[in-house]
Design a binder for this molecule. Structure first.
Ligand code: NAD
Length: 512
């Protein structure tokens, strides 16, 4: 398949954006402002937006606190009706939201639509959850007593999101927070204001349709300073922040200092271990999607392959062949599999990382070049790259947010697991093997130390039903499915005495 060689003009992209903004019901005049929003597709300005400031955030928190007082007493299944309506609107506007994701992040259409599908899925999940949130009852040691746990809305949730999942991550938080009884204030990435404005407009419409309190959902577009105000405001009970480990390092301690709650979803350095028994065809396809898909800009992107020495050359050759056939170009064009990197700095980080890996003894097997620079000098289309390296050098232990894959050889599984775990991050890991014992070792408590651990699929592309998140420098947070909802609620342990006596626990005698 040949790579597309032309790119749409800014006029064309602005036209597409305006039509979709209109369809989603965004007040374009209110959104417009001084700050230029560039599309990675051609590197040029598509729209200019207004930023909020400290006053905007403070007002949003006040309004959200008022909304909390109303929303927390609405029964959870009735709160679910809001999320249900939002999900319906997402189905109706799937292509509009996907368009913004392609325009602002550079995702190929199929992946952009997949991101919106994930939003629809989490709405379904949250609606079901709204009838299931429940606590446990335990046997009390005292006769005539009932011991139980009840769950209550927590308060205002501040969501700070990263550029690469500009809509889904917010929806994971918001759909769950809303059924849990919490209003949400969203500070999206400065790179994706239109996507957030469109999503927020759809949720506003759902709020009106079901007559929910006006301020259960608010959007504040702005730079990281706006995020900091949200982080420091004691009126925000939970800060759910997705982004780099650098950001999490700043946000986590600040929220802790005021005894707030934080949910951190930070960087990953995800690896696949490929054993000697692996089906190399399936493995190759799994790796290419996880490592080169989304132009290497997923938190779960595969950044390392740790391959058994008996197959490492064969696998590297197959990967190099597949990489050289990847169609790179306009993400909205049919057939493209790799779109642009988000901006110049991202591309430069990739080239610097390749240089560092070479200095550490690595050799570039394929890729690393730049495409379409003549057609769009300010857009950065990188050829996904593979570096073969024998040691886990310092650069390999860092997250380079780019389509750059390191291939390392290993001799025995213990060594492979140790290499997988010997990085600061702990988001996602995979093993490709046809040997069940190897798979079970990898999944066991002496196996991979990540929050997501897979067998015979890549490190990316999680479903919403499981809890999503990672350990170590990935921040320890869990979002989305399973029991991740607990982070958005306050737990109370209740003891009810219906005995007419007052026995004390642990046999304590305090008779007066
Ligand atoms: P980033 O850290 O630059 O920014 C993320 C968000 O944090 C933005 O909204 C930004 O404005 C805000 N921010 C930055 N500094 C802040 C501060 N001091 N206080 C408050 N807010 C602040 O990240 P990015 O470049 O947008 O996204 C890429 C990174 O996000 C990668 O490291 C990737 O692995 C990570 N990520 C993680 C997950 C996950 O679930 N683990 C998901 C997506 C992305």
């Amino acid at each position: 398949m040949t790579s597309p060689t032309t790119l749409p003009t800014s006029e064309r992209l602005t036209q597409i954006a305006r039509a979709s903004l209109d369809r989603c019901g965004v007040d374009v005049d209110a959104l417009g402002g001084e700050v230029t929003n560039r599309s990675p597709i051609n590197g040029e300005s598509v729209f200019s937006v207004a930023y909020g400031d400290e006053t905007t955030v403070k007002l949003a928190v006040e309004r959200a606190q008022d909304a909390f007082k109303q929303w927390r007493v609405v029964p959870a299944p009735v709160r679910g009706a809001l999320v249900k309506r939002f999900g319906e609107l997402l189905v109706e506007h799937k292509d509009d939201i996907a368009t913004f994701i392609s325009l602002e992040v550079g995702k190929i259409t199929s992946e952009a639509r997949g991101e919106v599908q994930e939003m629809i899925d989490i709405c379904d999940f949250a609606v079901g959850l709204s009838r299931q949130i429940g606590g446990s009852t335990m046997p009390s040691e005292r006769p005539g007593h009932r011991l139980m746990e009840t769950w209550h809305p927590l308060g205002v949730v501040g969501v700070i999101s990263a550029f690469n999942f500009p809509a889904a991550v917010w929806s994971w938080n918001t759909a769950i927070a809303l059924v849990c009884g919490d209003p949400v204030i969203w500070k999206p990435s400065e790179l994706t204001p239109m996507t957030s404005a469109a999503c927020a407009a759809l949720l506003d419409r759902a709020v009106r349709d079901v007559e929910a309190p006006r301020y259960v959902s608010q959007l504040v577009i702005g730079a990281q300073e706006v995020g900091q105000v949200l982080v420091d405001d004691p009126g925000v009970a939970l800060v759910s922040a997705t982004g780099s480990t650098r950001m999490g390092n700043l946000v986590g301690p600040r929220v802790a200092e005021r005894f707030g709650r934080s949910l951190l979803e930070l960087g990953g350095n995800n690896a696949a271990v490929v054993t000697g028994s692996a089906d190399l065809d399936l493995t190759m396809r799994g790796i290419v999607f996880s490592a080169a898909g989304t132009a290497g800009q997923r938190c779960t992107t595969m950044r390392r392959v740790i391959a058994h020495r008996s197959i490492v050359d064969d696998l590297s050759e197959r990967l190099a062949g597949a990489y050289s056939r990847l169609p790179i170009g306009d993400p909205m064009a049919d057939g493209t599999l790799v779109g642009p990197m988000v901006h110049q700095q991202a591309y430069e980080k990739m080239t610097r990382a390749i240089d560092s890996a070479k200095e550490a003894g690595g050799s570039l097997i394929v890729g690393g070049g730049r495409r379409l620079a003549d057609a769009a000098p300010n857009a950065y289309y990188a050829e996904p790259a593979i570096v073969r390296i024998d040691e886990q050098a310092p650069i390999v232990r860092e997250e380079t947010f780019a389509p750059l894959l390191y291939v390392l050889p290993y001799d025995d599984l213990d060594e492979a697991i140790a290499l997988q775990n010997d990085v600061p991050q702990g988001l996602s890991a995979s093993i490709f093997t046809q040997d069940q014992a190897e798979a079970e070792r990898f999944l066991s408590s002496e196996g991979a130390d990540c929050g997501i651990v897979n067998v015979n699929i890549g490190t990316s592309g999680a479903e919403i039903g499981g809890a999503f998140g990672g350990e170590k420098h990935t921040g320890g947070g869990r979002e989305s499915g399973s029991d991740a909802w607990r982070a958005y609620m306050r737990r109370a342990t209740n003891t009810v005495n219906y005995s007419g006596e007052l026995p004390l626990a642990q046999g304590v005698d305090f008779t007066v």
